[in-house]
Design a binder for this molecule. Structure first.
Ligand code: 13P
Ligand code: SF4
Length: 306
């Protein structure tokens, strides 16, 4: 039996599903039940009837799945696959940030630990951040941990002051304005699509700024034929694959070959097989933290944005 066949057999026997973020190594898609961005995957985690969820993604994503499906076994193939941005804020930093700016609602990006979510008012993802902030009907918000997603929202909302924590994604910050200018010169007919985790000086040089899902939809639906993608390599791999499979006749170019998230790329098919076979690397969350963190995510889901 091939590794893929073995994984599929185990999935059936154990009533398990595999949720895969689109920054993962692309071969993992072939054994996955759902592939998408963090908002889509959290919704799938909340709605599944499976007994086991294997999360092919990073720690905070598997933790969010566990928060939304507390009675299911959630497994992460590499417990060390953390998100560097999520790890830039801890409860102590958050406490100081809140003390510095008291009585202001706190929005946390889903790229954060359960402990941080437990101490924030509402969660958001890059797909719905703008709508989540608007839904609060307030003139000021604190936004953690991503400084750049926060600044992206600030640029869109003139009547709200978005006070950002100073976290960032090291992978997206590798993209510099110089890369955008060079790409524009080299591919004058291309549209440049960027993720809001990019530095604002990069984002302002893009033709479109959106979440992983929004970038993929934009590229698919656009009548343009060539695109430079300013986000993680997995997005380009999937766009190239789908373009070939569905004859879109479009070209996708990664802005710089180093835009690869090392944590996202830790998982292999072999890791997934062993995790599922041995049911190891289970996510567990302290009950008091879980109750509050779950509320933070559920408030976002209840808004039913997109
Ligand atoms: P999405 O919300 O677009 O899936 O992004 C998650 C992420 O980690 C981006 O770096
Ligand atoms: Fe975290 Fe950046 Fe990797 Fe996304 S790409 S998981 S924000 S380190």
């Amino acid at each position: 039996m091939t590794l893929k066949e073995k994984i599929n057999k185990l999935k059936k026997e154990k009533n398990a599903i595999i949720l895969t973020h689109c920054y993962q190594n692309i071969e993992i898609d072939e054994v996955s039940d759902f592939v998408g961005d963090s908002l889509y995957l959290s919704k799938m985690a909340a709605n599944t009837n499976a007994d086991i969820i294997v999360f092919a993604g990073v720690y905070f994503m598997a933790q969010s799945a566990k928060l939304l499906s507390p009675n299911k076994k959630v497994l992460l193939p590499n417990l060390n696959s953390g998100c560097q941005m999520a790890d830039m804020i801890d409860v102590e930093n958050l406490k100081h940030f809140k003390e510095k700016y008291p009585n202001i609602p706190v929005v946390c990006y889903i790229n954060s630990t359960a402990e941080i979510k437990a101490n924030c008012d509402i969660c958001c993802t890059s797909s719905n951040a703008l709508e989540v902030v608007k839904s609060l009907n307030t003139d000021k918000v604190l936004f953690v941990p991503d400084n750049y997603l926060g600044k992206f929202i600030q640029n869109k909302l003139k009547n709200v002051e978005v006070i950002t924590f100073n976290g960032f994604c090291p992978t997206h910050l590798r993209i510099r304005p110089f890369d955008m200018i060079e790409a524009r010169k080299k591919y004058p007919n291309a549209l440049i699509l960027a993720h809001p985790e990019c530095h604002q000086d990069v984002a302002k040089l893009a033709d479109f700024v959106g979440s992983t899902k929004e970038i993929m939809e934009y590229a698919k639906n656009s009548t343009n034929k060539q695109f430079v993608i300013a986000t993680e390599k997995g997005v380009v791999d999937r766009l190239q694959r789908d373009s070939k499979l569905e004859n879109w006749n479009k070209e996708f170019i990664l802005i710089d070959e180093n835009i690869i998230c090392p944590s996202m790329k830790m998982n292999t098919l072999d890791d997934i097989y062993r995790t599922l076979d041995e049911e190891k690397f289970e996510i567990t969350i302290d009950e008091a933290v879980a109750t509050k963190a779950k509320e933070c995510i559920e408030k976002m889901l209840l808004l039913k944005i997109k």
